[in-house]
Write a protein that binds this ligand. Structure first.
Ligand code: ATR
Length: 285
């Protein structure tokens, strides 16, 4: 990759940012298509976010991703946000359009594209069981509702956060078919009779000795398992494989959410296979 005076700059602002895999697959995609773009990770402390966002205009960057902990805080510094971002109150992609900064969120759509294209699974009319009620859960639930799922069951370690998520989805998206399952009751057999997809949006599974939150006897009932954890094969994914249930890990979602950002910045179709290959090669090392 050759950096020149004409090179268009993109990147990611996060704190921390050193673990980010986005530079690897975004730069591979630019290179593969011969685009004069570069993607740079930058550590931005919360107190410096406003200045950093302003610098996108000063340096005429094409756009950036924003990640933990800036996804909500950044909104107040933007000129415009797209409809989904407004509903979910979260932004992960900024596009500099002639000096005006517009915010988008690509996590939810990235999840749906990944489920349909890599998982060959259409969530329309399906019953969903979601573990977790953090930022990823908001994005995924919002996107699933847009895809016209039938029902959503939410369980979360902190009940209060699940209640907030339900309230948000009911009020903003007018979706009524949401049931909160108390965390202690998550393995009740009768809940699992009609669940089609089990989705883990929590960080449980990222560490080696993390527990399996759902018993195998219940996992066995579902048609698809999705775990957004991407740094290792979790107990949940190992169980799905053992039970021969179709499944996906978080790399697929990571690539598709990045692919949508890429398309916003370049206006070109992202080479998702190249992006995936770049990540797998990095992880294997
Ligand atoms: P993200 O933006 O990636 O979703 P987050 O907003 O910090 O991250 O959300 C993390 C999710 O993982 C939350 O649902 C959290 O549950 P709480 O609301 O109780 O914090 C869940 N989580 C994290 N550690 C967990 C654990 N050890 N057991 C169960 N749930 C856990």
């Amino acid at each position: 990759m050759e950096i020149k005076g004409t090179t268009k700059i993109t990147g990611v602002f996060g704190y921390p940012v050193s673990h980010s895999l986005s530079p690897i697959f975004q730069n591979s995609a630019f290179e593969h298509l011969g685009l004069d773009y570069v993607y740079i990770p930058l550590e931005v402390k919360p107190e410096d976010l406003k200045t950093a966002i302003n610098s996108i205009k000063i340096f005429n960057w094409v756009g950036v991703n924003v990640t933990i902990p800036h996804k909500r805080q950044v909104i107040k510094y933007l000129d415009e946000i797209d409809g989904v971002s407004e509903i979910l109150d979260v932004v992960n992609t900024i596009h500099n359009i002639k000096g005006k900064l517009k915010g988008y969120t690509t996590d939810g759509d990235g999840f749906i594209r990944s489920l349909k294209q890599d998982g060959n699974f259409n969530p329309k009319g399906k019953n969903i069981f979601i573990l977790g009620a953090g930022g990823s859960s908001y994005a995924i639930c919002g996107a699933l509702i847009n895809e016209k799922v039938n029902s959503i069951f939410i369980t979360n370690r902190t009940l209060e956060n699940a209640i907030k998520l339900k309230k948000h989805l009911t009020e903003k998206l007018k979706f009524k078919n949401i049931e909160i399952i108390e965390f202690e009751r998550r393995n009740d057999k009768k809940i699992w009779q009609n669940i089609d997809i089990l989705i883990n949006t929590t960080s449980v599974g990222m560490k080696e000795n993390d527990p399996l939150l759902i018993e195998k006897i219940n996992i066995e009932k579902v048609k698809f398992v999705y775990d957004i954890v991407y740094n290792r094969k979790t107990e949940l994914l190992k169980s799905a494989e053992e039970l021969k249930i179709p499944n996906l890990d978080g790399i697929s979602m990571l690539v598709y959410q990045g692919a949508i950002s890429f398309e916003i910045w370049t206006g070109k179709k992202a080479p998702v296979d190249i992006m995936k290959r770049a990540i797998y090669e990095k992880i294997k090392k």
